[in-house]
Design a protein around this ligand. Structure first.
Ligand code: AMP
Ligand code: MG
Length: 333
């Protein structure tokens, strides 16, 4: 599928190399979790902030190793769990367990971590730009569903039914951003940081000039341009899901990477959903969930979830901005 690696543009990062009132800056970019990750840090000591950045990348690698379903990394990872389907309880690593537990505790069905089989069908068809038959979709969907896996909270094991396959693409990057941010903030030399994992962003502190971070929200139908700019405070995270990020087209119809678990078809209720929260995991989770839900239902979830604020663009191009963002989001057009 066509892949656009970063879904958000950082309008003004202070973190170019150099000094600002004796503050040192450091920035590094690496490819992990199937996306480009940039970590920018300022602080008092160059060696210490480089060290904080390196440690944050190690945190990303740790999460990648446990949540990548395409490649084996270690004995208790997602790849191994999926291989173990139909064979009873399986002990998984701590990051993976935490993510699955969090997922099981929430009530929503439009975000479904068991969609591996149907995601694979669309991924294969994406390579040849074809559309799966209804029969193929039905067969794959039969292997998906929240009831296809269970957790044993005493022994920290996960049991998958035969043929099922978990995919954590909707939430793993957000979780990793929070984890990397916690690693960075432990380093007392750091005064501010911005972590951007392909549009899953978290900010720590303010810019060196004391002004808020400003993040550009991409225009989903013209991704080189922005819909508007969002100001972000210390500790805030943001995530965007969009049908322009990974998709392919057949006969002028767009098939994007986010699927509706009810039908097995690409979700078409939104074209872009952005969520702001103090947790990058929460932002990642809800941006995908809101993308699948019908527009009015998505707005109602936002209104009933105090931890999040959101910007939702529906297929007509109408933009909903939740009340909590009306002072911090400035529309470009
Ligand atoms: P995101 O970019 O965070 O919205 O996550 C999209 C990714 O999550 C896709 O590439 C799939 O790996 C996976 N996915 C697609 N549809 C769903 C869904 N309805 N529920 C959970 N995961 C999904
Ligand atoms: Mg997500």
């Amino acid at each position: 599928m066509k892949k656009l690696l970063s879904s958000l543009l950082i309008i003004s990062s202070l973190l170019t190399t150099g000094c600002f009132f004796k503050q040192q800056s450091y920035q590094d970019t690496r490819f992990l979790m199937d996306t480009i990750i940039t970590i920018s840090v300022t602080g008092k000591d160059q060696a210490a902030i480089k060290n904080a950045t390196d440690e944050a990348f190690i945190a990303f690698k740790e999460v990648e190793d446990e949540t990548d379903r395409y490649k084996s990394h270690k004995p208790r990872d997602l790849y191994a769990l999926n291989q173990h389907n139909g064979q009873g309880p399986f002990i998984v690593g701590d990051h993976l367990y935490k993510l699955l537990l969090m997922y099981k505790e929430q009530p929503y069905t439009a975000l479904d971590l068991s969609l591996g089989p149907i995601i694979d069908v669309w991924r294969t068809h994406g390579e040849t730009k074809t559309v799966p038959s209804l029969e193929e979709i039905k067969t794959a969907l039969a292997k998906c569903g929240r009831d296809k896996f269970s957790l044993d909270t005493t022994n920290h094991t996960v049991t998958l039914t035969a043929g099922s396959n978990l995919d954590l693409g909707a939430i793993a990057k957000g979780y990793a951003v929070d984890y990397a941010a916690s690693v960075i903030t432990k380093n007392k030399a750091v005064t501010s940081a911005l972590i951007n994992a392909g549009g899953n962003i978290k900010v720590i502190g303010t810019k060196a000039n004391g002004k808020p971070w400003r993040i550009g929200i991409q225009d989903p139908r013209n991704p080189q341009e922005i819909l508007g700019i969002l100001e972000m405070k210390n500790g805030q995270a943001i995530a965007t899901s969009g049908d322009y990020q990974r998709y392919y087209e057949v006969n002028g119809v767009r098939y994007c990477h986010i699927l509706d678990p009810a039908t097995g078809q690409p979700a078409r209720n939104a074209i872009s959903t952005t969520v702001v929260s103090s947790s990058a995991l929460t932002a990642d989770f809800f941006s995908t969930l809101l993308f699948v839900l019908p527009h009015e239902e998505a707005i109602s979830v936002v209104k009933n979830t105090p931890q999040i604020e959101a910007i939702i663009v529906n297929p007509k191009g109408e933009i909903y901005v939740s009340p909590g963002l009306r002072n911090t989001f400035t529309k470009e057009k």
